[in-house]
Design a protein around this ligand. Structure first.
Ligand code: FMN
Length: 225
């Protein structure tokens, strides 16, 4: 099989970190990779807060059902999904900016049509669909982020076991952390990503065999070369 880029071929989540802190320029490149990720209609429904403060990291650890590495990581990225990203105002503003950037004329009617089409606007399908779409979008940004981190020699781990509106556990502390971080009401903390220089070198965890998860033309028809 063709060579994968090393960041993918040697991928492993890192949960033990050196004390050494990540310089700002490195951290900014990691976050910039997330910013550059693709999203549905280029909506970019996200915001990332880099947290180094010990007190907040300790609270985040509690929200992450006590997972120790959340506190010991140099930096925790609090990945927020923007529930208002598909709102009429935001979409129109964004599409205007996009037309301008591409030197195209702005077709307001087209934008309005898309706002009324569930294929383009998850808000029309209710809260659960909106949240599912936000997780979908943030995952792509996180994938870009963790690969850039690995490229920079920085280890990371995604933390999905977390108290928020979705898991509905530990609401009091969740609201307190939201307040601490000044998170606006339309933003939901979806996921954390811990970052730090690796103090472990774990063996990559096995993945399902290629033919179990990939087919050619139809299900379970294998690539034979
Ligand atoms: C959406 C998501 C949520 C995750 N949440 C956690 C978590 O809460 N705690 C944890 O230790 N690892 C978490 N992980 C990491 C996975 O356990 C890990 O990626 C998987 O076991 C494969 O191991 P690897 O990343 O080292 O290849 C999460 C991964 C993903 C993609």
């Amino acid at each position: 099989m063709s060579e994968l880029i090393p960041e993918i071929a040697r991928w492993a989540s890192i949960r033990r970190y050196e004390q050494r802190s990540i310089p700002n320029d490195v951290l900014k490149r990691i976050l910039d990779a997330a910013r550059c990720a693709p999203s549905w209609s280029n909506v970019q429904p996200w915001h990332f807060i880099a947290v180094r403060d010990k007190t907040i990291k300790s609270k985040l650890r509690q929200l992450a059902v006590g997972q120790r590495f959340v506190e010991t990581a140099d930096t925790v990225i609090v990945c927020c999904g923007d529930r208002s990203a598909w709102s009429r105002e935001q979409r129109i503003r964004q599409m205007k900016a996009l037309s301008e950037a591409l030197g195209q004329s702005f077709d307001e009617e087209r934008v309005k049509r898309s706002l009324n089409d569930p294929a383009y606007n998850p808000l029309l399908r209710g809260e659960e669909v909106l949240i599912a779409r936000l997780y979908e979008q943030i995952s792509l940004a996180i994938a870009f982020m963790i690969l850039q981190a690995r490229h920079e020699g920085v280890g990371s781990c995604i933390v999905g076991a977390f108290a928020n509106e979705v898991t509905a556990i530990n609401r009091e502390l969740y609201d307190e952390v939201r307040l601490d971080l000044g998170i606006p009401k339309d933003m939901t903390i979806l996921t954390l990503v811990t970052l730090g220089y690796p103090a472990e070198d774990p063996k990559p965890r096995p993945r399902k065999p290629f033919d179990e998860v990939v087919s050619l033309e139809r299900y379970a028809n294998f690539f034979n070369d």
